[in-house]
Design a protein around this ligand. Structure first.
Ligand code: AMP
Length: 392
């Protein structure tokens, strides 16, 4: 079966066409700057990447071009060959604990959750509606970033705030990156043959940790929004909210501008003033740029805070798993994190850790918690959910 996995943002649309159950990627691509004069898209096929400049008025335009390109690249002859489409939806609130077939009710519910994710959900919905317009009879599935974390206990997801804020307005920790953490949980079970206690560290441009027990999320570092927990590329993660009125009064900035700063100008970009990309920050660190050194130390420290906390919540983790851009590629950051855990007997095999493109165990034989690198695959997870639901 051919399944299209889609991730629509406010001005972008990423797609991957996969063959299931073989789990084979056929073609993938990315439409960017939709609605802007310099819009373009790229397509990856057979190890080659083609970039094409074209005016993409809106998402429907992108969807039409995408489908035409699938024919041009001869991966399909007719649109009927697309058996299902899986959409990444950011926020399912406490309404969705797993993926669902999209129907009018689901669309209404996701719409009702827009106040919880005012930027992401509308963009995701535009993606869904654009595909519905062009392919009205193709089954579609919603895969929520929040769903995996719905197994957290109330004592884990509540904030110490007036309880009616939760009851009336849904103010609580939701957690995100659920599709990635679930992929890690499932893949580890597939590899090990049983559920182990896992601390999943999804550290990319966005970053979150998740404590997984019996295949379920019991704690995660992102919160009511994705800007909570560890330090990210340009997001601050955990801060003291009391600083907000002070910053507003001192800078004269409006609340929205400050919120934008917390999301787009903070994190490692904010600390270094150089870049949100860890490759650049690592280069600065190697050149002993003081702010890059501070940023790298802060970044590692914060992840360690969560690992130690989750180790306690799990009553002793079996595995620490590194995934996503930084987790999969930065041996330097992995080393900085694990060296801070040496005191509890967690140790890296430095040769394995520094092997380029390493996948699998990178800890020593006697490490008290095994450490491994496992590339995440959210697109595959979305496609698998879609395949499973349309075959039910
Ligand atoms: P993701 O959000 O998972 O796509 O991760 C993207 C981020 O991974 C980039 O912004 C970089 O910060 C980071 N990254 C990718 N490759 C490397 C690398 N070789 N070393 C350090 N960081 C990397």
């Amino acid at each position: 079966m051919k399944i299209l996995s889609v991730n629509a943002g406010s001005s972008s649309l990423k797609f991957t066409l996969l063959e299931l159950p073989e789990e084979k990627v056929i073609i993938s691509g990315n439409f960017e700057k939709i609605g802007l004069p310099d819009s373009f898209y790229s397509v990856k096929y057979n190890g080659k990447k083609d970039r094409k400049e074209t005016l993409l008025k809106d998402h429907t335009d992108a969807v039409k071009i995408l489908l035409e390109e699938l024919k041009n690249y001869k991966v399909i002859k007719s649109y009927d060959e697309i058996d299902g489409i899986g959409h990444r939806l950011v926020h399912g609130g406490d309404k969705y604990t797993e993926s669902v077939i999209i129907n009018e009710d689901v669309l209404k519910t996701v719409e009702s959750l827009v106040p919880l994710a005012p930027i992401h959900n509308p963009a995701n919905l535009i993606g869904v509606r654009s595909f519905m317009e062009v392919l009205p009879n193709t089954p579609m599935v919603a895969v929520f970033d929040t769903a995996f974390h719905q197994t957290m206990k109330e004592e884990e997801f509540l904030y110490a705030l007036p309880y009616e804020w939760y009851q009336k307005y849904g103010v609580r920790r939701y957690g995100f990156h659920g599709t990635s953490h679930r992929f890690i949980a499932n893949k580890m079970k597939e590899i090990l043959g049983e559920d182990k206690k896992i601390i999943s560290c999804h550290i990319g441009n966005g970053a979150s940790l998740c404590a997984i027990k019996n295949g379920k999320s019991i704690a995660t570092s992102m919160g009511f929004t994705p800007n909570a927990g560890v330090i990210m590329g340009s997001r601050c993660g955990d801060i003291d909210v009391g600083l907000l009125p002070y910053v507003i009064s001192q800078t004269g900035k409006k609340f929205d501008e400050v919120m934008n700063d917390l999301n787009k100008k903070s994190g490692v970009l904010g600390i270094t003033g150089i870049s949100s990309d860890m490759r650049d920050v690592e280069e600065g660190f190697n050149n002993k740029d003081p702010r890059c050194v501070t940023a790298m130390n802060m970044y590692a420290n914060k992840i360690v805070d969560y690992i130690v906390s989750y180790n306690a919540k799990l009553e002793g983790a079996d595995y620490i798993v590194f995934t996503a851009g930084v987790g999969e590629n930065s041996d330097v950051m992995r080393d900085m994190i694990i060296s801070r855990l040496n005191f509890m007997g967690v140790k890296l095999d430095s040769e394995k850790n520094s092997t380029r493109g390493i996948k699998g165990i990178i800890s020593t034989e006697d490490s008290t918690i095994k450490v491994c690198v496992l590339p995440t695959d959210e697109e595959l997870m979305i496609a698998k959910d879609t395949y499973d639901l349309i075959n039910k």
